[in-house]
Design a protein around this ligand. Structure first.
Ligand SMILES: *[C@@H]1O[C@H](CO)[C@@H](O)[C@H](O)[C@H]1NC(C)=O
Ligand SMILES: *[C@@H]1O[C@H](CO)[C@@H](O)[C@H](O)[C@H]1NC(C)=O
Length: 431
């Protein structure tokens, strides 16, 4: 109830702000398209293995951070559209779910006139957090029918400025970070509120080429022979969120792991979440390879080692611990021919990882087991989930996050049905 009130107050404030900015809120012309979901391109940066989303009006894409609480852009001009201290936008920005490191961010001297809202932008790659001015960020994207982009739209969202040096650990050319967490000021909830859309988004991370994100529900179609609509069937197999008391990232419950249909002997309770929020399984787009706590990593690694004992090994390539000679691995439609890994989930579904998801080619001769051990000095590992399902394992899967029903859903590796995340038709449609 109170959240509903806050949400509509924030929408009203955005509307008033848009009038101030001279941008048009969903007016007569925009109304025609206002109820359509929005689509944006998602790309993989080859040198960092991180993902960007092309959603900002000018100035480069934003780093995609599924667990991030809000949006920020570096190098705001001195005349940026700052957010005032009064009102719901500022209350939302001061959310209590910033990472612990933000507790020690140096707060600016009070007494500016007019009073400007202070935000705490966080860099999920190097773990830095600062206090900075809250601002209005202009988003430019297209509406979609789930098949093609339809019409371009531009609208303002609440976010933060950040110092220019905050970009150093991020892919070259990015302008800031787009946080997609379950919080009022994250991108999916601001989009839903601005266009009164469903609080749901779909994400399809590419291994190469253009991947895609759709905000606001609706169908989701990829080119294949024949073309496939995926969203409907995914919504029929929801995976409930697991709630973490310390943040609003996306967690889910794993009950066990199997290799070649044999359950891996992990300690009992290894996947549970503790009261303080440690443990559980989390999705992360800023963790290039799935990270496992040591007591899960070693049993899995050893089981996979045994299941692939016939395949000649190669010199290890960091950060990986077990590698194979590429020439010794046969190929299938779902990647290298090796034993499947099953993540056994809440409700009895499995998330199956075939060779394309469990192995990665690191050079001409070498293919490695694409998992790492959790390292608490890595910022994205800091909250210590037991399993951090990372980029390589999420690629070429359609993921849907439903923030009304508190569920996610996944397609499994799309190669299995003859398509990939790079098969969204980005040519302009006409319906
Ligand atoms: C809308 O989609 C078209 C076609 O893919 C693309 O060229 C254009 O850049 C998109 N516009 C925005 C604002 O993203
Ligand atoms: C899930 O995986 C386990 C282990 O491989 C297997 O025993 C079980 O039959 C699978 N369940 C489904 C529904 O496929």
């Amino acid at each position: 109830m109170s959240q509903q009130r806050r949400r509509s107050a924030a929408a009203d404030a955005l509307l008033a702000l848009a009038v101030l900015l001279g941008t048009s809120p969903p007016d007569a012309a925009a109304q025609l398209t206002a109820w359509r979901p929005l689509v944006a391109r998602v790309n993989k940066d080859a040198s960092t293995s991180l993902y960007t989303i092309a959603i900002k009006d000018g100035g480069g894409p934003l780093l995609l951070d599924l667990a991030g609480p809000m949006l920020w852009v570096a190098n705001c001009p001195s005349t940026h559209w700052a957010i005032g201290c009064e009102g719901s936008d500022c209350n939302g920005i001061r959310n209590m779910f910033t990472p612990d490191v933000c507790d020690s961010a140096e707060w600016p001297v009070q007494g500016q006139d007019p009073c400007i809202c202070t935000a705490l932008p966080y860099n999920p790659v190097d773990g830095r957090c600062v206090a900075a001015q809250a601002t209005t960020i202009s988003i430019a994207t297209n509406t979609t029918d789930g098949k093609n982009p339809l019409f371009p739209v531009t609208f303002p969202v609440v976010g933060s400025c950040a110092p220019g040096e905050f970009l150093t650990s991020l892919p070259a050319g990015v302008a800031g970070v787009a946080g997609l967490a379950r919080l009022l000021n994250s991108l999916p909830l601001q989009v839903a509120q601005w266009y009164r859309l469903k609080q749901e988004f779909a994400l399809c991370l590419p291994r190469a080429g253009d991947g895609v994100a759709v905000f606001g529900g609706g169908p989701f179609q990829l080119l294949a022979a024949p073309t496939v609509e995926l969203a409907d069937s995914l919504r029929k197999n929801p995976l409930p969120f697991l709630f973490n008391p310390k943040n609003r990232a996306y967690y889910f419950t794993i009950t066990g792991i199997a290799v070649n249909q044999q359950r891996v002997p992990t300690p009992s309770g290894a996947f549970d979440m503790e009261r303080r929020g440690q443990g559980g399984a989390a999705f992360s787009t800023v963790t290039p390879y799935t990270a496992l706590r040591w007591d899960i990593y070693w049993p899995l690694r050893n089981a996979f080692d045994a299941a692939t004992s016939g395949i000649a090994r190669a010199e290890k390539v960091a950060p990986f611990d077990m590698c194979y000679q590429a020439s010794e691995l046969a190929m299938t439609s779902v990647g290298y021919a090796v034993a499947n890994i099953d993540l056994m989930l809440d409700g009895g579904q499995n998330w199956t990882l075939p060779g394309a998801s469990s192995l990665v080619q690191v050079n001409d001769q070498t293919v490695c087991f694409a998992f790492v051990q959790t390292d608490s000095s890595v910022p994205a590992h800091a909250e210590s989930p037991a399993v951090i399902l990372g980029g390589h394992q999420l690629e070429n899967n359609l993921l849907i996050f439903d923030l009304d029903k508190d569920t996610s859903a996944f397609s499994g590796l799309l190669l299995g049905i003859g398509t990939t995340c790079s098969n969204f038709d980005f040519s302009m449609g006409s319906s």
